[in-house]
Design a protein around this ligand. Structure first.
Ligand SMILES: [Zn+2]
Length: 477
């Protein structure tokens, strides 16, 4: 049989077996030919742009730490709003009341331990956890009891915990981090930071120390939010460096260890602050929005460069590059710099409260809050069948090594309420080998941002946002 006849035979055989109704009708393309070539232009221009790099530099080096309620957080709101106005966007500030916690003195030393040379102490590197109450101004001195998890603590019971400082020595899994799964390692460790104090206080503990929920091995402590619960005594909490947790555990296994701990943070009244919201109006469906976002607040120990100055900067890049290329999306692209992600989530909650009856007009939401390392593609949270809509976007991103997509239950905390409300949600999919080495430490500084890598993240954000804003059909939701 000649090959043309073979083809005809197969076609006839296929038609013969398939009732006419089952032959798929030609469906219109999900992305127009122009949208595809636009996405390619956006990718190329983004990879060549240093806009995001310069923005995170300004946020990190000129403005600096941006803890909610601080003067720097207020300055950052002003700055980002002005930058978005410069691009010609419709800018508004959404008011939210935020916690205002101020770190004071924080220090500790081991004042009694096996083998100690008389008259000496050993310094412990630690940092107060966000929201912690203070010790008395001259500190407390107490014996340390070391546990590896909540179960071990509850087995010890009140008689062996009361009056002592509990050290939760749960190890951050650095092997998991090295394999690129830093977020999963963080997810395992962070419960002790958040719930350690409220779990130890009912047993009469005087304070808690937690081994840092992070992968630094340069004797840095990782701060982060801790929680208290109504009806449970509030006791001070601090994170110790990995190295100091190891030393305390070693010494405590040999005998009595006592620590002198001084923490003097203050919780001031809630302060007025803002989400910065800026719209690049869509040409065909201006009421439907695609959000691009990062959080503007940061912890106070460093510059908040990778957490999350980078996320704000790559989101600012989206309207910037579209303006530069003279491209107007069909749906509105809405930039949001969230306030108070780190210690309250008030910005996220305030936006959701305002928009909860308008979720149908939220076509998609993007959030970048895991640094600025090489992106592999993007995470997606939503209906599994929606993954079929993103192939052409991944095709455009494949040449920069970002051609993957992966479905997750959630993609970030600020868009979390929108995701829960059914809004298809996205985030860059990062290699997480380095992020948690610096996360919430004094080393989250601008030098950690690599120009070519943040340009790649900018490209993922811009290509994805534009593609979604121009998608020819609604996403399953
Ligand atoms: Zn963050």
């Amino acid at each position: 049989m000649k090959s043309s006849n073979l083809a005809l035979f197969i076609l006839v055989a296929f038609i013969a077996q398939a009732p006419l109704a089952q032959i798929p009708k030609a469906t219109p393309p999900l992305y127009s030919a122009k949208t595809i070539t636009d996405m390619e232009s956006i990718r190329d221009a983004s990879l060549a742009s240093d806009y995001a790099y310069r923005q995170v530099e300004h946020l990190s080096r000129n403005i600096g730490p941006r803890l909610s309620g601080s003067a720097q957080a207020a300055k950052a709101v002003e700055y980002v709003a002005a930058e978005m106005r410069k691009l010609g966007l419709d800018v508004r500030l959404q008011k939210v009341m935020v916690p205002h916690w101020v770190r004071g003195e924080e220090k500790a030393e081991i004042v009694e331990f096996p083998g100690m040379a008389s008259g000496t102490t050993q310094k412990i590197v630690l940092t107060a956890l966000g929201g912690s109450v203070a010790t008395p101004a001259d500190g407390i001195t107490a014996e340390v009891v070391v546990v590896k998890d909540f179960d071990e603590l509850s087995r010890l019971g009140r008689e062996r915990v009361a009056g002592k400082i509990v050290l939760f020595n749960n190890k951050f899994d650095v092997d998991m981090q090295s394999s690129g799964f830093g977020l999963a390692a963080y997810g395992q460790a962070v419960a002790y930071r958040f719930a350690g104090a409220m779990t130890a206080a009912p047993l009469g503990a005087a304070a808690v120390l937690v081994r840092s929920a992070g992968g630094s091995q340069n004797r840095l402590a990782h701060t982060g939010a801790m929680g208290y619960r109504d009806g449970i005594a509030k006791i001070p909490g601090a994170a110790v460096s990995y190295e100091d947790a190891e030393t305390l555990a070693y010494l405590a296994s040999q005998g009595r260890v006592r620590v002198h701990l001084t923490l003097t943070p203050q919780t001031l009244p809630d302060t007025e602050s803002y989400n910065v919201i800026a719209d690049l109006k869509g040409s065909e469906k201006p009421d439907e929005v695609v959000i691009v976002s990062g959080h503007l607040d940061s912890w106070d120990l460093a510059q908040g460069a990778i957490d999350d100055g980078a996320g704000v900067a790559v989101s600012m890049h989206v309207p910037f590059i579209l303006k530069q290329l003279n491209l107007r999306p069909k749906r509105t692209i809405r930039f949001i710099a969230w306030m108070n992600e780190e210690n309250g989530g008030r910005g996220s909650a305030g936006y959701f409260e305002e928009q909860k009856n308008n979720l149908a007009n939220h076509f998609a939401a993007l959030e970048s809050d895991l640094g600025a390392s090489h992106p592999l593609g993007f995470y997606f949270a939503g209906k599994p069948e929606a993954l079929n809509y993103f192939g052409p976007i991944s095709d455009v991103l494949r040449s920069q090594g970002a051609g993957f997509s992966l479905r997750q239950d959630g993609v970030g905390s600020d868009v979390g309420p929108l995701t829960q409300g059914g809004v298809p949600s996205f985030a860059p999919w990062f290699n997480q080998q380095t992020y948690f080495k610096y996360h919430h430490t004094a080393a989250d500084t601008f030098d950690k941002v690599v120009p070519s890598e943040i340009a790649e993240v900018s490209s993922v954000m811009a290509v994805l946002a534009y593609g979604l804003a121009n998608l020819e059909s609604p996403l399953p939701r």
